[in-house]
Design a protein around this ligand. Structure first.
Ligand SMILES: *Cc1c(COP(=O)(O)O)cnc(C)c1O
Length: 383
């Protein structure tokens, strides 16, 4: 079998443990958010469903249909579509749809009419994030319109969703304002003869800080993958290890320039190793000159500007062998850099690091403990 140069190892046990943690934190009402290929973690839906998730959340209908195609029968909600989206296929696949305005509600109702079915709809209120959802001033009209479609049996409003903007900071007064907007939206809907039972406001940060508690379902994405945007708890487990393999290595004299523009010039005699992974594979170029990798159990710096397809490690007194494995990031089981460190070096958040690993990198699911990763086995010898 071909052994890929770079591998993204997905730690299934970590995702299961994180899911169980959020099952408890969500009081048993957990919607697992698996948009963007499960934040770059691939096919983990069976694992989260076995570990306490009741339902699945995605942005697009395409993502939802792919899961149905894989045999996932749990409830799925899709919340980010356009009037041209394939609502008919969504309804045939029994997918719940969140809508933020009358145009989308009309498109859903029309598809339901054509299909001879009733669409299960969540109305989406903008509680103050200023991004997705129905502006509060238009909410009463949206509810009234939904009630008309309910009377025509094309739509049934089963839920109301909102998403908070500042939930990672529990001291921010915006949280209380957004809770109030959500509570008012529920009241307006009920006064308008709607009867939504699935109320969901909190995502990871709002669940960990508690500012989104008390409504029902929690839509959890980042936390399942070991990311805590609020820095509230420290027992979530990162679920990815990224490794690469040395192409070539050699000794270089002091004064050797490395890469485009010679941003790095070796100050002393040293050894360099070439890794076949670059910004085209998701390593942020802005991290050039900051990032480190784990080589033979030691942290060593990446030097010179990152290229599209390759980066160079300064291995100091170590001459590596072609074929040796290097850990780019991981859960820190052996002292390797974490995704959080990469986010810091790249002036971004962990979410962006985990979702940007490219298609050239093979995905491998591991259900056992992280210490069985190949990078951890091969701490010295060439493969
Ligand atoms: C991405 C997303 C979530 C999940 O957020 P996390 O912070 O990753 O838990 C929940 N709701 C909406 C609307 C989202 O876009």
């Amino acid at each position: 079998m071909r052994t890929p140069a770079s591998e993204l190892i997905i730690h299934d046990d970590a995702i299961r443990a994180n899911t169980a943690r959020f099952h408890a934190l969500s009081h048993g009402r957990l919607m697992a958010v698996v948009k963007a290929d499960a934040f770059g973690h691939g096919d983990i839906v069976p694992s989260v469903l076995q570990s306490g998730a009741d339902s699945i959340g995605v942005t697009s209908i395409e993502e939802a249909l792919r899961l149905r195609g894989q045999g996932i029968s749990a409830p799925i909600l899709s919340w980010l579509n356009t009037p041209e989206s394939d609502f008919a296929s969504a309804l045939r696949a029994n997918i719940d749809l969140a809508v933020p305005n009358g145009e989308l509600l009309y498109a859903v109702a029309r598809a339901a009419h054509t299909e001879g079915t009733t669409a299960r709809v969540h109305l989406h209120i903008d509680v103050g994030t200023g991004r997705d959802g129905c502006p509060a001033r238009d909410w009463a009209n949206l509810c009234a319109l939904a009630r008309q479609y309910e009377a025509a049996l094309t739509v049934r409003v089963v839920g109301i969703m909102g998403h908070m903007s500042c939930a990672d900071d529990p001291t921010n007064g915006q949280n209380m304002r957004e809770r109030l907007v959500f509570q008012n939206a529920i009241r307006t809907a009920r006064r308008g003869a709607l009867n939504p039972s699935h109320l969901h406001l909190a995502a990871t940060a709002a669940t960990l800080t508690g500012v989104g508690d008390g409504f029902g379902f929690h839509r959890i994405g980042a936390g399942l993958f070991g990311i805590d945007p609020s820095h509230t708890i420290d027992d979530l487990r990162p679920a990815l290890t990224l490794t690469s393999t040395v192409v070539s290595a050699h000794e270089v004299p002091a004064g050797t320039g490395v890469g485009y523009g010679h941003d790095f010039i070796a100050p002393v005699r040293t050894h360099l190793a070439l890794l076949p992974i670059g910004y085209g594979d998701g390593l942020p170029r802005v991290a050039s000159d900051h990032a480190e990798v784990l080589v033979r159990g030691r942290r060593r710096p990446l030097v010179g500007r990152f290229s599209m397809d390759m980066v160079v490690v300064d291995t100091g007194d170590m001459l590596l062998n072609p074929g040796e494995h290097v850990t780019i990031f991981g859960p820190r089981a052996r002292g390797e850099p974490t995704v959080a460190e990469w986010a810091g070096w790249s002036r971004t958040i962990e979410h962006e690091i985990v979702t940007r690993v490219g298609a050239r990198t093979s995905r491998i699911r591991r259900s056992v403990d992280t210490t069985t990763c190949r990078s951890h086995q091969d701490t010295g010898e060439a493969a």
